[in-house]
Design a protein around this ligand. Structure first.
Ligand code: ADP
Length: 334
């Protein structure tokens, strides 16, 4: 997954660069800044002293010293007052400038804390949205693996409205796992002799109604593999391969594997990520999942959350991942 949200201490991340939410002096402070300086050692402070500070919205890079990361990118987030002082543009600039510096230093992996969301007071749900928007825009044009590191669960919040809407949707749709589905479906679907006769008659009638070429096409689709269906849908939607896998938050290597192996069986989150990227309807999503041997179920919160977003026509994979993360579910993508 090119963009991943993880719960961790950023000083423990083994990546090419970690980003520091610094202040304009660059001489250390509290919060994540203090933790980074503490873990990197005094040499980091010595290098920072040579930099002459940094303006809000800008970024500067140093070595990582005792950290597992090769570099530290120091960026200065805005202090949040009321949201009307240009805070959002400055925060966006922090992410853009940091990503540009990481790119200029050939970093392949970068980890960000939620800049400005601590002492600087930026509302956490909005700070997360800015991070996701800017990073995902960048990833549409660039190959990089980016982590948003959430320090503690309490520090993480999607908007209350979205959270409660999803919670309500889960409540309305969640089916107790103890329901015996097999028996239930046997009972509901048990064919009688009369119903078999009717089914056969209907089938003949349907066949007669469908033009031969359409029927051929439908039959071909039944034999289609996951990979074939994916490539067909990409063509039908007029997307390029890269547009599709990037929007699915899937990396290029995995996509190439799926493309070249007609019988490739993806994991369920990967299959769903493609369905989201292609903006498939619920029925089409079910079809695509079936090709990979999966189904959406109402006894599984992950599936219900996916269904919630598809039914609302919201196909933003990063927002879906935010919600999955908030509900402690695994994320979409590779
Ligand atoms: P700012 O001054 O930009 O608000 P803070 O350091 O106060 O910076 O907080 C920024 C975010 O970093 C907060 O969400 C805080 O929970 C988080 N944070 C603090 N320590 C760490 C850490 N060790 N790793 C990752 N995130 C951290």
């Amino acid at each position: 997954m090119p963009l991943e949200i993880v719960r961790n201490d950023i000083t423990k991340m083994t990546v090419d660069a970690i980003v520091n939410a610094a202040n304009e002096s660059l001489l250390g402070g509290g919060g994540v800044d203090g933790a980074i300086h503490y873990a990197a050692g005094l040499e980091l402070l010595a290098e920072c002293k040579t930099l002459g500070g940094c303006k809000t919205g800008k970024a500067k890079i140093t070595g990582g010293y005792q950290l597992p990361a090769k570099y530290v990118i120091h960026t200065v987030g805005p202090i949040y007052k009321d949201g009307k002082q240009g805070e959002k543009a400055l925060l966006e600039s922090c992410y853009r400038e940091s990503l540009a510096l990481a790119k200029a230093h050939n970093c392949e992996t970068v980890a960000f804390p939620l800049i400005s969301s601590g002492v600087y007071g930026y509302p956490k749900d909005q700070a997360l949205k800015v991070a996701i928007d800017i990073i995902s825009d960048f990833l549409l044009e660039n190959e990089m693996k980016v982590y948003i590191v959430i320090f503690d669960k309490a520090a993480y919040k999607i908007s209350e409205k979205l959270f409660s809407d999803i919670a309500e949707y889960i409540d309305d749709n969640y089916v107790d796992e103890h329901t015996d589905y097999h028996r239930e479906s046997m009972r509901m679907n048990m064919p009688t002799q009369a119903s078999i006769g009717m089914f056969e008659a209907n089938l003949c009638e349907c066949k007669a109604m469908i033009p031969e070429e359409d029927l051929d096409a439908k039959l071909k689709q039944i034999d289609e593999s996951f990979s074939q269906m994916l490539l067909r849908k990409i063509d039908e939607k007029g997307m390029t391969d890269a547009e599709c896998y990037k929007k699915a938050n899937i990396d290029r290597k995995l996509f190439s594997k799926i493309r070249s192996d007609v019988h490739y069986k993806p994991s369920k989150p990967t299959a769903i990520a493609f369905a989201i990227s292609l903006e498939l309807s619920l029925d089409e999503t079910e079809d695509m999942l079936k090709k990979a041997g999966f189904a959406l179920s109402h006894s599984n919160k992950f599936d219900i959350i996916i269904e919630y977003f598809i039914s609302k026509g919201n196909y933003n994979i990063f927002e879906i991942n935010e919600a999955l993360f908030a509900f402690d579910q695994s994320l979409l993508g590779a």
